[in-house]
Design a protein around this ligand. Structure first.
Ligand SMILES: [Fe+2]
Length: 440
């Protein structure tokens, strides 16, 4: 691949743009998508990320010009990936209380585990076939996929790396992200993952529902939060096909919650040029323009939404991806950490680095917490006490990045997450010391 080993990668800017890119000049047909013979005898192939008739502002598709069409593959056989679950398992009884997991230790055989085999589902909701809900996964892997490729027919995948860089080679080109950055790979786009730093861990949101998009800004106006120009899509890059007809790649496909594998005699990364508005993208959360109160109180955490997957009910997301990045706190006469609350929405949280202000001690990078619908939660005893007596001078919360996958659907932990040795069985104790201090 022309650019897979360079650290200076080239990108196109924007979110959902009409991107256009060619690795060989002249490879994109001009004025039409499917000429009788495409330039350089490439095969035109359309990938639709929305129904053909979706409204124009929702419509996503790209035209790929490739050495062989993706329909050329061997026969599929079942593939075992026992840790990756799809949708909520209603047979599991979910405790109606706050839950938290310490980071799992990286397995000793990590060097043998690649991204596909290293995904462990923490919790999920909805149903991929109903195109509703999300799964929250943690990946732990140490080996690059090399000649293995993966495609997910069940949903798009949002990458939130926590340890180690991730190089995503996709049909549209190569994206590289590091902790603090995120990437979004659309449903059905073939990709593979290389891990240049070896032992790697991170979070994934697998979204079965409507594609993530930038939230509406309302009275914020035409700028702010995640700005569209800061998203980056790859430029076209292709591999050379095998010469001797031997098996070139193994393609693993996730399809209806099941996994399948097929050999291919060519590389799936054979797209010489493409155009359209369906593409993987990356985003550096350091570019998030954070908005908060400059008087008193603080806004609802929805002010930190980077991307949203709407449901059929306005304002009630299938999933919001929300970050808690470095920011200044300047509010007067205000309890500055999050308030105690219950929420009809369900909240899965992770921590990329640093400390989360509501739980400075117990919530570790690489760990997770789950506060499901109407489960009360809030600052632990220590955070409450400190914030209630703090000198309210301007304060920078720095070197921290927590995030939340928030969904209208209750998250159901997997059996392995519920019985994991990493489950923090003492989590509730962090609120036990909050005494009645009512004084008349
Ligand atoms: Fe919350």
């Amino acid at each position: 691949m022309s650019s897979s080993h360079t650290s200076e990668r080239r990108y196109q800017s924007g979110f959902g743009n009409e991107y256009a890119t060619e690795a060989v000049a002249g490879a994109l047909p001009q004025g039409r998508n499917s000429p009788q013979r495409a330039p350089f005898d490439l095969y035109p192939e359309l990938i639709s990320g929305s129904a053909f008739t979706a409204p124009r502002h929702e419509n996503r598709r790209s035209w790929l010009y490739r050495r062989q069409p993706s329909v050329v593959a061997g026969r599929y056989q079942p593939y075992a990936q026992p840790h990756w679950h799809t949708g909520g398992d209603r047979a599991i009884a979910v405790p109606p209380e706050p839950m938290r997991w310490h980071p799992s230790p990286l397995p000793a055989n990590l060097a043998d585990i690649d991204f596909v085999d290293g995904v462990h589902t923490m919790c999920a909701n909805g149903d991929a076939d109903a195109q509703q809900g999300v799964a929250a996964h943690i990946y732990m892997a140490g080996r690059s996929m090399e000649r293995r490729a993966f495609v997910n027919a069940d949903g798009e995948i949002l990458f939130v790396p926590q340890q180690g860089r991730v190089v995503i080679t996709s049909e549209m080109g190569v994206l590289e992200i590091k902790p603090g950055e995120i990437a979004l790979v659309p449903r059905g786009v073939v990709f593979k993952v290389a891990l240049p730093d070896g032992p790697s861990r991170g979070y994934l949101c697998e979204n079965y529902g409507a594609q993530f998009r930038l939230p509406e800004l309302g009275p914020i106006g035409s700028n702010g939060l995640a700005n569209a120009r800061d998203f980056q899509a790859p430029v076209a890059a292709y591999e050379h096909a095998e010469q001797d007809g031997k098996v070139a790649y193994e393609l693993v496909k996730k399809f209806g919650g099941r996994f399948w594998t097929a050999p291919t005699s060519h590389s799936p990364f054979n797209v010489v040029a493409w155009h359209g508005n369906l593409s993987p993208v990356k985003y550096d959360t350091a570019n998030f323009m954070t908005i908060g109160s400059i008087s008193f109180d603080h806004p609802d955490p929805s002010i930190f939404t980077v991307l949203t997957s709407p449901s059929d009910t306005p304002g009630t997301a299938n999933c919001d991806f929300v970050i808690f990045p470095p920011r200044w706190l300047v509010m007067e006469d205000t309890f500055r950490p999050p308030w105690y609350h219950r929420n009809v929405m369900s909240e899965f949280m992770g921590l990329v680095y640093g400390e989360y202000d509501a739980k400075p001690g117990g919530f570790k990078p690489g760990g997770a917490s789950l506060h499901n619908a109407m489960v009360p939660h809030g600052p632990d005893e220590e955070a409450f006490d400190k914030a209630s007596h703090a000198d309210l001078k301007p304060q920078k919360l720095d070197n921290t990045l927590a995030f939340m996958f928030e969904s209208r659907y209750r998250f159901i932990p997997t059996a392995s997450a519920l019985h994991s040795p990493s489950l923090d069985t003492d989590y509730a104790d962090c609120w036990a010391g909050l005494k009645d201090q009512f004084k008349t």
